[in-house]
Design a protein around this ligand. Structure first.
Ligand code: HEC
Ligand code: HEC
Ligand code: HEC
Ligand code: HEC
Ligand code: HEC
Length: 201
């Protein structure tokens, strides 16, 4: 009897996992339907000014996508394990779900409407393109390979440098990455290359 119950729970969990599809550009994407118990705060776009981090053209919430709906970071930042740059998802990646998902409360609906407008006007040169405000940027003379770090520290190491993004309604800089000491202290701890030329061009 007990086994049966556990089996049922496992099947349920597997069902939830299956709802978060591995990233694919062509497959029809099933939006996740079972939110986590970690419910995101109710916020309107007008509240963004009081949140940490820069205001973005669309109030896109990591605490909803990566937190409540448990979407993997790599679903959107798909090149983080294979390239220097993690990649910012294209509109097409968003629309894989937002052709269907139009939002429950009114502030979600308003922001998703903005997203759909950028999508429908994407080929019109007279209309503005969606441009996210970049938060972490190193000086040009520094080289930071994401993939080397993900391979060595694991796919969930994002938090070490970026903080708990899955709980951030608006992304902010949790660590000052523009401080050489931040890099060096971990390289010392882990006995990694500290030659000036490893990081500097
Ligand atoms: C549904 C797609 C999606 C998922 C899932 C997602 N992100 Fe993002 N991420 C974005 C978008 C779009 C931006 C640019 C807008 C912004 O900064 O909010 C971004 C921005 C960021 C930034 C700031 C980049 C900069 O400009 O410096 C970090 C850091 C980040 N994401 C980390 C994560 C981590 C860690 C996870 C997993 C816990 C994650 N993301 C999951 C779409 C996503
Ligand atoms: C795997 C499916 C999926 C993908 C991909 C996805 N979303 Fe969402 N998104 C959702 C779901 C589910 C909700 C919650 C809708 C609700 O309950 O209101 C949501 C909510 C939103 C909202 C309203 C809440 C909020 O975050 O402010 C916005 C805006 C939004 N998404 C933008 C985006 C953008 C921009 C991208 C691409 C970078 C994206 N979404 C990618 C599934 C997805
Ligand atoms: C060891 C520290 C470290 C780890 C671990 C790390 N990052 Fe970063 N991340 C950075 C730094 C530093 C930058 C700025 C890089 C630059 O300007 O060249 C950055 C930039 C970014 C950006 C912005 C890129 C852009 O093109 O706008 C995103 C998105 C991002 N990281 C996501 C992630 C995700 C997702 C993970 C985990 C899978 C992760 N990072 C793991 C340090 C880290
Ligand atoms: C949390 C620990 C940690 C932090 C913080 C960190 N690194 Fe690293 N870094 C590592 C590890 C571990 C490796 C070794 C990866 C490997 O063995 O391939 C590495 C490797 C590297 C390499 C490749 C070195 C080589 O062998 O040629 C570069 C370049 C680098 N890091 C740059 C940076 C920069 C720039 C920063 C700060 C913005 C930074 N790292 C922050 C842990 C870290
Ligand atoms: C693990 C990576 C790493 C190593 C190794 C490293 N640096 Fe840096 N360095 C950085 C980062 C990150 C910055 C900050 C860049 C920024 O402002 O975005 C920086 C900044 C600097 C600056 C600019 C001044 C400042 O403090 O912002 C100088 C000069 C510098 N480094 C010299 C050196 C010398 C000399 C060595 C060798 C003894 C060295 N670095 C080794 C990552 C590194």
């Amino acid at each position: 009897m007990r086994k049966l119950v556990v089996g049922g729970v496992m099947a349920g969990l597997l069902g939830v996992i299956a709802l978060v599809p591995t990233r694919s550009r062509t497959d029809a994407q099933q939006p996740p339907t079972a939110p986590d118990s970690l419910t995101a705060y109710r916020l309107a776009a007008a509240d963004t000014g009081s949140l940490k981090g820069p205001r973005q053209p669309i109030f896109f919430r990591h605490d909803i996508h990566a937190g409540q709906y448990k979407m993997q970071c790599q679903y959107c930042h798909y090149s983080v394990g294979v390239s220097s740059e993690p990649g910012i998802p294209s509109l097409q990646t968003c629309m894989g779900c937002h052709m269907v998902v139009s939002g429950t409360d009114s502030s979600h609906k308003t922001e998703i409407r903005k997203l759909r407008q950028f999508w429908s006007e994407r080929d019109d040169p007279a209309k503005p393109k969606l441009e996210w405000v970049r938060i972490h940027t190193l000086a040009k003379h520094v080289h930071f390979p994401h993939m080397r770090h993900i391979k060595a520290l694991g796919p969930s190491a994002c938090q070490t440098c970026h903080g708990d993004v899955a709980r951030m309604p608006q992304v902010f800089k949790a660590n000052n990455v523009n401080n050489m000491g931040f890099c060096i202290s971990c390289h010392v701890e882990r006995k990694v290359n500290r030659d000036c030329t490893a990081c500097h061009y």
